[in-house]
Design a protein. Structure first.
Length: 367
């Protein structure tokens, strides 16, 4: 390779760009990219491409070759692992390659490594720098970090709304608020998610399939929060249960015959604790964490979004705003519930960005 990478930040930015190519393919593992730089030029690069496959560091080392690695600098987006999993410890390959310097964006939060890789590299006489583009690396792997440290999935809430904040008209019509490019992006996001969650109100009103079209690298489990198991057997969710997993999260309030009928139709029925007459979202997240669900896409409706926000479960918002006005005091809004009483108590985004998608604007806000 002949790519110039005279600035360390440029080399790490390239490693992050490579790592992002693993999105949807590597979960519940982290996305990792690695770049070998020798004499100001990229000599080799690699990224973790699929769960169970080779990690970024040995791929970059192999691409560069032994002569290029000896005395060179390795840029890697996550601390090289020290534990045996489906592959050998990456720290062994890094030490054996003879690097003079290793630059790590962030420490691995996995307690099996968590600083040990850095210590072992330094113990081998390798200069190690930690923290270059750390914020970008942490954002890239926010789902992995949350699952690893808190044991529950990362939750991104998505909705499309008009300029006046409506997700449908007063009659319930919502097709289509957003533009074709926005809807295309939603299908891409579905194809990268481990799970998609909606409330029973949305399932009844919209009769969605919640599948990615065309399919992505992952087939998300479609989840309906349905405390009384009201999901119709004739719904498109149930009709496609053989094509994509369907989980109906319900409570003891659901009649036994309804649960049995849904199970017979191919759905998994999960009975969870009740919280104020609804499925406990905290209990649902705990169960999904035990299943190693990394990234959940919350697609509404308003009452479910309000409950998830109130419980502190939402990490990111994806808000598609269409240049349309529909009005109507009874038209639904993206976040229902009782709401707050004072602006001073409003939930504020830590950071956000805005970009154009067709005729729409997409706001990505981190909570």
């Amino acid at each position: 390779m002949t790519t110039i990478a005279t600035e360390p930040a440029a080399a790490m930015a390239r490693a992050l760009e490579l790592a992002a190519q693993g999105r949807g393919h590597v979960e519940p593992n982290p996305m990792v990219g690695a770049v070998v730089v020798r004499d100001g030029r990229v000599a080799g690069e690699g990224f973790h491409q699929r769960f169970g496959g080779p990690h970024a560091e040995p791929l970059a080392i192999a691409a560069a070759g032994p002569d290029a690695c000896r005395g060179a600098t390795l840029y890697v987006t996550l601390e090289p692992c020290t534990h045996h999993g489906k592959t050998p410890p990456c720290v062994d390959a890094v030490r054996a390659a003879g690097f003079a310097r290793v630059v790590v964006a962030m420490v691995d939060p996995d307690p099996r490594t968590q600083g040990r890789g850095i210590d072992q590299l330094r113990g081998a006489g390798i200069e190690v720098e930690v923290g270059l583009l750390e914020a970008e690396a942490r954002r890239l792997n926010a789902p992995f970090i949350k699952l690893t440290t808190r044991g529950i999935p990362f939750v991104a809430a998505k909705w499309a709304m008009t300029l006046d904040g409506k997700t449908a008209t007063r009659t319930g019509d919502s097709r289509w608020i957003s533009s074709p490019p926005s809807r295309e992006l939603v299908h891409t996001l579905r194809g990268q998610a481990d799970a998609i969650l909606v409330g029973i109100g949305t399932a009844l009103a919209d009769d969605p399939r919640l599948t990615a079209r065309p399919p992505g690298p992952r087939t998300a489990t479609r989840i309906v929060a349905d405390s009384r198991a009201r999901l119709p057997l004739a719904s498109r969710l149930v009709a496609t249960a053989a094509d994509a997993p369907l989980l109906v999260a319900t409570t003891d309030a659901a009649p036994a015959d309804r649960r049995q009928a849904l199970e017979a139709a191919g759905a998994e029925v999960l009975v969870l604790p009740d919280h104020e007459g609804h499925v406990s979202l905290r209990a649902l997240m705990d169960e999904l964490g035990r299943r190693r669900t990394t990234h959940l896409l919350l697609e509404g409706g308003g009452e479910l979004c309000a409950a998830a926000l109130a419980a502190g479960l939402v990490d990111k918002l994806l808000i598609f705003i269409a240049p349309k006005l529909v009005g109507g005091r009874d038209a639904p809004t993206p976040v229902g519930g009782a709401g707050i009483g004072q602006i001073a108590h409003a939930l504020a985004a830590r950071d956000y960005s805005i970009r154009r998608l067709g005729d729409d604007a997409l706001i990505e806000a981190w909570l």
